[in-house]
Design a protein. Structure first.
Length: 272
């Protein structure tokens, strides 16, 4: 485990150094290199992040609806301890901080963390930016009520190791949220193959389930639309159940149990 970096005593918006020792975690590909550019950090959210979900779902889901679902599923209470892993420009972090959560926003890219701090100040919310690596989180065990991961799953060199770290820092009744792009259909596969050269990976839901199970995380709920998957996990039997009476906000059509082609959902009591 990397040394803990809780940001105590830091000035608001100051970037906490939680980087692991050099060579102790797997390196990133070309995508990680590009993420180190200031221009990438500044342009990412307006030019890509606010459009990506709509593009990947062909307009069936929007970023606004994604954020509504994030809040509905993770249900952060005021004062909850939240970690955003691979926060980029801090879209999730700001959304959760606006609900009164105490948010640590972790990313390997210092320019992205600087942009996250800038946007948080613009929006009048407070978060703690931490420069670190998802494969060696710089926090103590049982530290967070909620951990959120938005698309960073596609960039992880060793997802199994990262999920073990997420499970380690979660409290017994904590929740872990993931949003990621799965393998595309035939038309999208050539583009994904090209993106793979940059270090991006496109797991299937079964892959994530396997990594989560190995880490001690159990599925609570998941939905799929096109190439986008959102999934919620809990730490063992401490994870709370989730009602299945309706789909998440903005997801049209029948409930996930009736529309298995596009949406799917599982409950802890199904395990038995």
């Amino acid at each position: 485990m990397a040394g803990t970096s809780d940001g105590v005593g830091e000035a608001p918006g100051a970037i906490v150094d939680g980087r692991p020792p050099r060579g102790s975690v797997p390196g990133g590909g070309a995508a990680a290199w590009v993420n180190g550019w200031r221009l990438t950090a500044r342009a990412y959210e307006p030019l890509w992040r606010h459009r990506s979900v709509g593009l990947l779902t062909r307009g069936a889901f929007s970023t606004a609806r994604e954020l509504e679902t994030l809040l509905a599923w993770t249900a952060p209470v005021r004062g909850a301890e939240v970690l955003d892993v691979g926060c980029s420009a801090g879209l999730y972090a700001r959304t959760l901080a606006a609900e009164g959560a105490n948010v640590h926003a972790l990313d390997a890219s210092r320019p992205f963390l600087a942009e996250a701090a800038r946007l948080a100040a613009r929006d009048g919310v407070r978060l703690t930016p931490v420069q670190g690596d998802a494969h060696a989180l710089p926090f103590a065990d049982d530290r967070f009520d909620v951990v959120v991961v938005g698309a960073t799953l596609n960039e992880l060199a060793d997802p199994r190791r990262a999920l073990a770290e997420i499970a380690r820092v979660l409290r017994p009744a904590g929740r872990a949220w993931f949003m990621y792009a799965r393998r595309a259909g035939p038309l999208g596969r050539p583009l994904q193959a090209l993106m793979g050269w940059g270090g991006l990976r496109f797991p299937e839901p079964a892959d994530l389930d396997g990594w989560a199970r190995d880490a001690g995380l159990v599925p609570i709920r998941a939905e799929e639309r096109g190439a986008v998957v959102i999934a919620l996990y809990g730490l063992g039997r401490g994870a709370p159940d989730v009602a299945v009476t309706s789909p998440s906000p903005g997801w049209e059509g029948p409930t996930p149990r009736r529309n298995r082609r596009f949406n799917w959902e599982r409950r802890l009591d199904d395990e038995g």
